[in-house]
Write a protein that binds this ligand. Structure first.
Ligand SMILES: Nc1ncnc2c1ncn2[C@@H]1O[C@H](COP(=O)(O)OP(=O)(O)OP(=O)(O)O)[C@@H](O)[C@H]1O
Length: 246
C-alpha cells in the first residue's frame, strides 16, 4: 500500500499545447491540483475543455509542455512506464477488444504486463459477469458486458489509481448502476483512487467525494462534492451546474 499522506497525483502548473490548423493553443493552461488518495474525484466540464488530455498525462500517453506531475510523490520522469501503467490505469468508453475469446482478452495483461492471472473466472465474477463467458467471443458481448470486461482486464493488475473516461456513457441505466456500484465497492474495500470523467451531473454527485470543473483548459472549481453542488465559489460553476454554460 502506498503512503496515504501523499497526494495520489499532484499537478504542478501543467500546460499542454496542441497545434491546430492555424496556431498553437493551450489545451491545458496552468493546472495545479492534488488528487486525494483513496478518494473518487469526478471531473466535469464542457466538451473540449481538456478533461481527457489531463487524464492522458497521468500515465504518460502524453507529456506536458510545462509543469510537473507526480504520482505518489514521485515525478513522472522517474517512473518506468510499465510500472506506472500497472499502478495508474486508464479505462475509456468503448475500450477496444481483441478478436478472440473473453479469456484471450483477459490474458492481455499477462502478455503486456507479465501479470499472472490465477483465476480469470473469479475476475469476471468481480465485475458481475459469469465464468461461463470465458470461452465466448469478446466481440459478441453486449456493450455493458464489454465495458465490464474492460474493467476486469484493468483490475487484473490491481491498479492503485483508476482513470475513468466516460466509461458509462454508452450503457443502459441498469448497467450504469452496476458499474457504479462495482467501482464504489472497489474504492471502499481496496481504497482505489479514481479520477472519473463524466458528462452527467447526477453521476458526479452520486459517485464523487470531490468534484472538479474544467473550462477552457483551466480548473475553475475544486471542492468536495457537497460544496461543489450546493455552495460553489465561482459563477461559472453555478452556470455549468444549471446547464446554462454555452
Ligand atoms: N492529439 C491532439 N491534437 C490536437 N488537438 C487535440 C488532440 N487531442 C485533443 N485535442 C484538442 O484538445 C481539446 C481538448 O480535448 P479533450 O479531449 O481533452 O477534451 P474533453 O474535455 O475530454 O472533451 P470531451 O468531453 O468532448 O471528451 C479539444 O479542442 C481537442 O480538439
Amino acid at each position: 500500500m502506498e503512503s496515504k499522506s501523499l497526494p495520489a497525483i499532484e499537478f504542478k502548473n501543467i500546460t499542454k499545447y496542441f497545434t491546430g490548423s492555424e496556431q498553437q493553443r493551450a489545451v491545458l493552461n496552468g493546472i495545479t491540483a492534488r488528487v486525494s488518495p483513496g478518494k473518487i474525484t469526478t471531473l466535469v466540464g464542457p466538451s473540449g475543455s481538456g478533461k481527457s488530455t489531463l487524464l492522458s498525462l497521468c500515465n504518460l500517453l502524453l507529456t506536458p509542455d510545462e509543469g510537473e506531475i507526480s504520482v505518489f510523490g514521485k515525478p513522472l520522469s522517474e517512473w518506468e512506464i510499465p510500472e506506472l501503467r500497472r499502478k495508474v490505469a486508464l479505462v475509456f468508453q468503448d475500450a477496444p477488444m481483441l478478436q478472440g475469446t473473453v479469456l484471450y482478452n483477459l490474458q492481455t495483461v499477462e502478455r503486456l504486463h507479465g501479470t499472472v492471472l490465477h483465476d480469470p473466472g473469479d475476475l469476471l465474477e468481480r465485475v458481475g459477469l459469469t465464468r461461463d463467458l470465458l470461452e465466448q467471443k469478446a466481440q459478441e458481448l453486449s456493450g455493458g458486458q464489454r465495458q465490464r470486461l474492460a474493467l476486469a482486464r484493468t483490475l487484473a493488475n490491481r491498479p492503485d489509481i483508476l482513470l475513468l473516461d466516460e466509461i458509462t456513457s454508452a450503457l443502459d441505466p441498469a448497467s450504469v448502476k452496476e458499474v457504479e456500484e462495482l467501482l464504489l465497492q472497489m474504492n471502499k474495500e481496496e481504497g482505489t483512487t479514481m479520477i472519473w470523467i463524466t458528462h452527467h451531473m447526477e453521476q458526479a454527485r452520486r459517485v464523487g467525494h470531490e468534484t472538479w470543473l474544467m473550462i477552457d483548459g483551466k480548473l475553475v472549481e475544486q471542492a468536495d462534492t457537497e460544496t461543489f453542488f450546493h455552495a460553489p465559489q465561482h459563477n461559472e460553476t453555478r452556470k455549468f451546474i444549471a446547464g446554462e454554460w454555452v
